[in-house]
Design a protein around this ligand. Structure first.
Ligand code: IPM
Ligand code: MG
Length: 361
């Protein structure tokens, strides 16, 4: 039996989650996957009920689960509450609590969506990048941090970027091992010309590389990496980087594929237990309108089946169904062409659902 915890979260989170749940329940029944489902609260939704973005109850559910699927958290209504209670802290809290240090963000271009990319077709067609982002360290978690008042009365904000050798080593191993299953190239992204923390990063990644002679390692400064992602993104296979650079570069990589509404992610611990979530946020500006693209969440569900539950077949079925739906031209607003018709969140979910039904019939 596989215990799955569903955390819909805030704004478009519940909208995209509803589509993923529908499809997971269907596959579970049809293919006898032995999945059980439980719902929980995270982010703003949890704050409203418990006064905490990652309450005790959710912590227990998360520990007991075999895998977790998350919608998205956050919204302007919680912008002004105490910092430690904000929805994003719930997300950072669950990542840290479950030691989900390895964040996998695959940016893959579907051939039928080459026109939806903001870049020219020839630059992006065939794009297949995997960003491996360190997720429980770096400046996101480094101490000291805060906003202090200086002697002259002026306030000063400060954060600390820290990485220990062991943190760098374990994420490097993840990147090299994933590269072995792909095109066997790793590009490590840092700012070693300025930041000591990434000087150490570069040194350790280089050391780890010696254990993977079949994988080719290169290094790139983050500013150049941002430029290269937009100039010639197909040069990359696996990119490995720290928490902050990975956050930024993965949004950029997402856009190459047409929409951030297509980018799934997996956040794994040392035993492949994981939290799966779309890379897009809670998009308060479009929430409640049926405009959200559920595909990143469906792709996240597929990653969950594959990585944490080792259920490759249903994972492949979901991915194929999505590809087929895109091939016949079904589009949510974010990937539709200007003035062309588009479908709602639910209609997109139904289209994938019906495709799966047909495949399994
Ligand atoms: C992401 C998000 C989060 C992050 C936010 C919501 C805390 O942007 O998963 O990329 O910065 O990690
Ligand atoms: Mg982000």
């Amino acid at each position: 039996m596989h215990k799955i915890l569903l955390l819909p979260g805030d704004h478009i989170g519940p909208e995209v989650m509803a589509e993923a749940e529908k499809i997971l329940r269907f596959l579970n029944a049809e293919m006898k996957l032995n999945l059980t489902f439980e719902q929980g609260l995270l982010g703003g939704a949890a704050y409203e009920k418990y006064g905490e973005p990652y309450p005790e109850k959710t912590q227990q559910q998360a520990l007991a689960a075999d895998a977790i699927l998350l919608g998205a958290v956050g919204g302007p209504e919680w912008d002004n509450i105490e910092r430690s209670k904000r929805p994003e802290r719930g997300l950072l809290g669950i990542r840290a609590h479950l030691k989900l240090f390895a964040n996998l963000r695959p940016a893959l271009l579907y051939p039928s969506l080459a026109d939806a990319s903001s870049l020219k077709k020839e630059i992006v067609s065939g794009l297949d990048i995997l960003i491996v982002r360190e997720l429980t360290g770096g400046i996101y978690f480094g101490e000291p941090r805060g906003i202090r008042t200086l002697a002259n009365g002026e306030r000063q904000g400060y954060n600390t970027d820290v990485y220990s050798e062991s943190e760098i080593r374990r994420i490097a191993h993840v990147a090299f091992q994933l590269a072995q299953q792909r095109d066997k190239r790793v590009c490590s992204v840092d700012k070693a010309n300025v930041l000591e923390v990434t000087e150490l990063w570069r040194e350790i990644v280089t050391q780890v590389a010696q254990q993977y002679p079949d994988v080719q390692l290169s290094h790139m400064y983050v500013d150049n990496a941002a430029m290269q992602l937009i100039r010639a993104p197909k040069q990359f296979d696996v990119m490995v980087t720290g928490n902050l650079f990975g956050d930024i570069l993965s949004d950029a990589a997402a856009m190459l594929t047409g929409s951030i509404g297509l980018l799934p992610s997996a956040s794994l611990d040392a035993n492949n237990k994981g939290l799966y979530e779309p890379c897009h946020g809670s998009a308060p500006d479009i929430s409640g309108k049926g405009l959200a693209n559920p595909l990143a969440t469906l792709l996240s569900a597929a990653m969950m089946l594959r990585y944490s539950l080792k259920l490759t077949k249903p994972a492949v079925l979901i991915e194929q169904a999505i590809q087929q739906v895109l091939e016949v031209g079904i589009r949510t607003k974010d990937i539709s062409e200007t003035n062309k018709p588009f479908v709602s969140t639910q209609q997109m979910g139904d289209a994938v659902f019906n495709q799966l039904k047909e495949t399994l019939a």
